[in-house]
Design a protein around this ligand. Sequence first.
Ligand code: BES
Ligand code: MN
Ligand code: MN
Length: 458
Amino acid sequence: MEHAEFKKYIDQNKDRFLTELFELLRIPSISSDSTKKEEIIQTAEYIKEKFEEAGVDNAEICETAGNPIVYAEKIIDPSLPTVLVYGHYDVQPVDPIELWDSPPFEPEIRDDKIYARGSADDKGQFYAHLKAFDAMSSLKSHYCNVKFMIEGEEEVGSENLGIFVTANKEKLAADVILISDTSMLSLEHPSITTGLKGLSYMEVEVTGPNRDLHSGTYGGAVGNPINILSKMIASLTDENNRITIPGFYDKVVELSEEDRIKIATAPFSEEEYKKELEVDALAGEVGYTALEQLGIRPTLDVNGIWGGYTGEGAKTVLPSKAHAKISMRLVPNQNSDEITKLFTNHFKSIAPPQVKVVVTAHHGGEPAVTPIDSIAYKAAENAYEEGWGKKPIPTRDGGSIPIVALFEKELGLNSILLGLGLDSDAIHSPNESFGVNNFLKGIETIILFHKHFALLKK
Ligand code: BES
Ligand code: MN
Ligand code: MN
C-alpha cells in the first residue's frame, strides 16, 4: 500500500476522527478524584466500542482492584511481528479552573489546537494509535499484529497495571512496546524520547505546639513549624543548587564529554525558553545547561506547601502544623526506594528539637532508557524520515512513565516513545492543548512505524 493512500484516508476521515476524540475528551476521567468512578467506566466502555468499530479481533474491559484496563488485539498472522501499544485514558485534575479560557471538558479548536484536559496527555495521543489502526483496517493493510493496553491509573501511579502485566505475560507477548505519551521538540524538529526520569514523591508533616497559638502571646518563644519547614526545605539544596541529601548522587552516572556534545546539538534556545515562560533567568545545578538538567540530572522540587492561615485578610496565628509535598526526579542508576529512604532519614535528621516530623512516601517509579541501536528505534527513525522528511533527534525527557521500567523488567521489552505532543501543550496545566496537525501527522507516523518495523524485522 502506498503511503499516499493512507494520507488520503486520514484526510477524508479527519472530521470523524476529531469528532470521536472530542467525545472522549468530554468525559472527565480524573483518576485522582474518587467521585469520578462512573466517568472512568464510561470512558473505558467508549474506548472498547471504538476498538470494536475499528476492526479488532476482540476488545475487553479488564477489571482491576482500581480502574479498568481496556485491552484489544488483532492478530493478522503469527509470523508477523507484534506491536504492543500502551496509553492511558485517565487525566489530571483541572484546578485552578478559573485559569482555563474554555471549560476543560468542552473541547474546542482554536489556532489549530484542541483545547481540553487530556487532549495531549494522553487521550489525543493514544487515540492517534486507535485511528492509525482504523486506517490500516479500512484499507486492509496491516503490517504487524497489534495489541492495545489502555489503562486508567497512570496519573496515580499505575499500581494495578503493574499487577496486570505481571499476571498476563503471555497475553502481552510482543516484539516491541509503542507509546505516545511524551513530547517532541517541535513540528520542524521531530524527536524521539530515549529516556524518562524516575520519581520519588514524598509528603512531610512538621508539628510544633499541640494547637494553633496566638502569634503575639506565644510567638518567638515557641518554634513555628512553617518557619522551620521553610528552613529545612531551603537546606535541601546548597549554594550551587546541588541536592544535599547524603548519598543522593552516589549512583548517578556522570555525563561523558560525548554525551554533552550530543545534548548540546538539540535545537533548543534558552532565550526562547525564558521568553515563553516569562522568566528573566533560569535556575538549577551550577555547571549544567538547562537541557542537561531537564534530561539527565536528578532534581528536587516542592510541589505544594501549606499550613497556617491562608484565608481572607490577616489572622494572627502560630500554627501547630506545616506540610509539603516534595518530588525528586531520578536518573539512571538511581533507585526510587533507595532515594526514598535517603530522603526520609535525612529529613528526620535535620529537624530541630522544636518540632516532630512525619515523612510518608507516595507512589514512585524507576527511570528508563531506550537503546538507539535497536531495530525498533531504527523503524521509528525511518517512520519520521518518511513522514516528515527529517531524521528525528533522540532526546531525554524530564517526565516519568514508571510502567516503562516495569515493562522491561517483566516483559523483557523495550519501549519506543513516539511522542506526538509538544512541551508547549501545557499538560497538567490550565489550557492543555494538542495540535490538530500533531494528531493527524501522528496517525501517519504510527502507520509508518508499523510498516518500517515489519520491513526491518523480516
Ligand atoms: N505523559 C506524562 C509523562 C511525560 C510527559 C513524560 C512529558 C515526558 C514528557 C505522564 O502522564 C505523567 O504525567 N507522569 C507523571 C508521573 C506519574 C507517576 C504521576 C509525571 O511525570 O509527573
Ligand atoms: Mn501521560
Ligand atoms: Mn500526565
